[in-house]
Each structure stands twice: as C-alpha cells, then as structure tokens.
Design a protein around this ligand. Structure first.
Ligand code: TTP
Ligand code: MG
Length: 405
C-alpha cells in the first residue's frame, strides 16, 4: 500500500507577502498583477471571509471588502520559495513531485518508518515551513494522489488529515463531485444531468452509463468516485550532469557592456546553484542565439574546478570575446559541467584573497537564500535588472501544470 503526502501552501502568494511585510499580517490582502485590467490571483484567509475570490477584479474585491489591501505579486519571490520548499521535502523522501508553484506530492511509502510515520512527517514539514518561511500549509495523507489532494483540500487552512483506506467510502459518500481533483464545474454539471451529485453516487453509477456518456473517461470517473487513482508521481531525475541557465533577453543586444551584464547575471545564477549543491566544475560552456535564431555553443576547460561566479564569468567572457559576432544576440546561456562535489567549503583557503572571496560569496548567497534571488548582486548586473509582470497559473518548475488526473 502506497503512502502519499500532498503538501499545499495556504493562500500562498498572499502568505508570502504577509510574511515579507508585517503590516499586512492578519489583514485582508489580495495579490494582483501589475496591469490595469488585473485580477486577484489569491487572497489571504482574512479576505476570504468577505467572499473575495480568485479571478475577481479589484473593483469587485473592494466592493465586498472595502479595507482590502492589494499587493502586486512578485513572481521571483514565489518561485524562490517554491525551490526552497522542495529542499525541505527531499529530506524525507527522494520521490517528490513538485506539482505546481505551491503543491507537492511526496511518496513516503518506503521512508515513513524512518521518521516516525506519515503523520510525523506531515507535522515536521508544517513546522519547518512555518519556521523557515513563516507561512502555513496543509498536509493530506492517503494511498494515492487523488485522495491525498482531497485530504488537503478539505482540511484547509493549517490542517493535517489522513484518509485511511477504511475511511475512504465515508469521506466520499456525501462529498460533491466537484470537490474531487480533476472534476471541474462543467463536468459536474454533466454528471448532475445524470442525477449524479456526490462521489458516492459516481462510484456506484453503472459503468455502462458513464461509458456511453463520457467514453473511456467514464471508467476513470467511476474509479475516482471510489477514490481509486493509479497516476504515479512524476519525479524529477536527480544528480545533475551540468548546472546551467539561459535566458532570452528582453531585447536583442550587441554592445559588449550589455553582453557582459547578462553573462554576469547568468554566471551568478550558475555559480550560486553550484555552490548551493556543493558542486564545482571545470568546463564552462556558453550558448548564444542570434536574432536570426541561429544557435551555437562554445566551451572551455579550466585547470581547477570552480563554483566561483567570477571565474565562471571570466571564462565565459573569454569565450564570447573569441567569437566574431555576426548579428545581435537574443539568447545567452552559461553552463558549468565536469562536475564534482566540492571539498569542505569551511576549510580555510591558504591564500587570503581566496578567503575573502569565499566569505563574500557566502554572505551574498546567505542574503539571497533568505530574501530571494538577486536581492544582492553585482552592481554591473543591477543596472540591467527587470522583472516580469505576471505569473501564469500554469507555472511549475518543470513544464506546465496538469489540470486533470
Ligand atoms: P492555490 O493553491 O490554488 O491557492 P492558494 O495557495 O492561494 O490558497 P489555498 O490555501 O486554497 O491553497 O494556488 C497557489 C498560488 O497560485 C496562489 O497563491 C496564487 C497562484 N494562482 C494564480 O496565480 N492563478 C490562479 O488562477 C490560481 C488558482 C492560483
Ligand atoms: Mg495553496
């Protein structure tokens, strides 16, 4: 029998904002985008009491809750927290699926006994999330992701619920079908026309009826009504062969100082990730894409492995300066490969200059870990800082969020 945990942050964007600004705590807060036709992406539980919902425009929200505080969302901050959260999860199992920006599934079938059981893991995760980020989350535990997600949904906010196999039918019996993950309003309306309102009714409906109405999905729907779900977790492979970042630039560039600034930003992202995972590498590779979309890579091997932003940057710039650019650039990528685990980073370097550099990077990493990527960076890069205005609800660390099970 599998044991799956679903971890879902409570009012995620709003909670992150309330944490970042104490004046927002305990208050009705709605997170919005920066455009003038923006809508509410989420709202604090204080705002939910007034009926403020995701998707409402600011006028509708204000009408329901006149003292609501609107905050323009900061995607970098949420993505940063999401990445940090996954580190908390992987301490309990390597089988983690980051499903969306604030939801993850953990398969603890083979590891829960090491930590005192599934509930103990859930409580520990809640504690860690609270102490590290100051935000609440809800944990659902069950034998599959459908029921784990349901367990979390029905115990929000700040909850923990284990739906054990013996409890499944009593939980589902009178539950409205649209409470199930993957059954939206439209599908619920179609089921309603067949006289099916609850999961209990869905689970007991004749398979032939569902098949004739919904085709092959009909069978899956019946199983969902019974709390059966065979979708496995989609777990990202671990053990990177290289650490790399690339970015399509906001506009095509040509000037050396622009190329330098973006290469420095990318080198910092690569260096920081390498340092975080205690990796060093000795092959630096630069990828360039011209305005015409022609793309090519050049690499260079250095004598000693490094995770130092400036060594990566200097090598990357040497590579770029050795290329006779034929067109303006629309994408730059920097990667570090030939990876090995770095030696004990606390060991004192013999040369004082190296010690200073190490301490500087460590202090910068510490600040950026705590407050988000690029809170502190090199002056040359800061001049080129820009930030996207909105985040897609489909955002997830790898690819697009799936909306059905
Ligand atoms: P959800 O987990 O759906 O919502 P939530 O975390 O705000 O609240 P809950 O306590 O009910 O889990 O979404 C996670 C974040 O994703 C949310 O904080 C904002 C963002 N989001 C969008 O940007 N657009 C959307 O349409 C939805 C639903 C969420
Ligand atoms: Mg959430």
């Amino acid at each position: 029998m599998n044991i799956i945990l679903c971890i879902d942050m409570d009012a995620f964007f709003a909670s992150v904002e309330q944490q970042a600004n104490p004046k927002l705590r305990g208050k009705p807060v709605a997170v919005i985008g920066s455009g003038h036709r923006t809508v509410v992406t989420t709202r604090s539980y204080e705002a939910r009491k007034f009926g403020v919902k995701t998707g409402m425009n600011v006028y509708e929200a204000k009408k329901l809750c006149p003292h609501i505080i609107f905050v323009v969302g900061d995607n970098d901050k949420y993505a940063h927290t999401c990445r940090e959260l996954s580190e908390i999860y992987t301490a309990f199992t390597p089988d983690v699926e980051i499903y969306s920006i604030d939801e993850a599934f953990l398969d603890v079938t083979t590891t829960h006994h090491l930590f005192g059981g599934p509930e103990a893991i859930g409580l520990e995760i809640k504690k860690k999330v609270k102490s590290k980020f100051g935000i609440n989350c809800t944990v659902g535990i069950a034998t599959n992701i459908l029921l784990a997600k349901l367990a979390s949904d029905i115990s929000k906010p700040d909850g923990l619920r284990w739906i054990k196999p013996g409890d499944t039918s009593s939980v589902l019996e009178n539950l409205a079908v649209e409470e199930l993950w993957g059954i939206g309003r439209k599908l619920a309306e179609k089921l309603d026309l067949l006289g099916i309102k609850t999961c209990g009714e869905l689970g007991n409906a004749p398979a032939s009826l569902l098949r004739s109405k919904f085709g092959i999905t009909g069978e899956a729907l019946k199983m969902m009504g019974q709390g059966i779900c065979h979708r496995p977790l989609i777990v990202k492979e671990s053990g990177p062969k290289s650490v790399g970042h690339s970015m399509t630039l906001p506009y095509d560039i040509w000037k050396e100082k622009d190329i330098e600034a973006y290469t420095l930003k990318l080198s910092e992202m690569v260096g920081r990730r390498a340092r975080k995972y205690r990796l060093t590498g000795n092959v630096i590779c630069v990828t360039l894409r011209y305005k015409s979309f022609e793309t090519f890579s050049r690499q260079s091997k250095i004598k000693q492995r490094t995770g130092d932003t400036h060594e990566i940057y200097n090598t990357a710039m040497k590579i770029i300066k050795g290329i006779k650019l034929r067109d303006s650039i629309r994408l730059i990528g920097v990667s570090l490969s030939g990876l090995a685990e770095s030696e004990n980073p606390e060991q004192l370097p013999l040369i004082q200059e190296y010690a200073r550099k190490r301490d500087l990077l460590k202090a910068m990493d510490h600040i950026n870990d705590r407050f988000g990527d690029f809170t502190i960076s090199w002056a040359r890069y800061m001049l080129h800082r820009s930030r996207p205005a909105v985040i897609s609800p489909a955002w997830r660390p790898q690819g697009i969020r799936r909306t059905t099970v």
